[in-house]
Design a protein around this ligand. Structure first.
Ligand SMILES: [Zn+2]
Length: 102
């Protein structure tokens, strides 16, 4: 998966289309990511001893990686990540638009 935790992405589909958000968690085995403030489900929580207080909790639901595009930190454009292999075999993600390392 080419999108990692901490990346900034733009949402391409769904009710949050056009929104920019940070990846708070990547789930490579399911090809999904959890984004800050995107695909929010309201959960009605009962008070528990741990939280003291119930109420409505915002829970961010995972979205499929194909519905988001990586935003390049350098050119600030939605882009696709390319891979450049360094001399030592290390793989570096690069922006396909401006060529900057991601
Ligand atoms: Zn770029």
């Amino acid at each position: 998966m080419r999108i990692h935790k901490g990346d900034t992405v733009i949402v391409l589909q769904g009710k949050d289309k056009g929104k920019r958000a940070e990846v708070v968690r990547a789930i490579p085995e399911r090809e999904r990511v959890i984004l800050e403030g995107v695909n929010v489900a309201k959960r009605h929580a009962k008070p528990t001893r741990a939280t003291q207080q119930g109420g409505i909790i915002d829970k961010f639901m995972p979205v499929h990686v194909s519905t988001v595009a990586l935003v390049c930190k350098s050119c600030n454009q939605p882009t696709r990540a390319g891979i450049r292999v360094e001399g030592d075999g290390e793989k570096v993600r690069v922006c396909k638009k401006c060529g900057a390392d991601l």
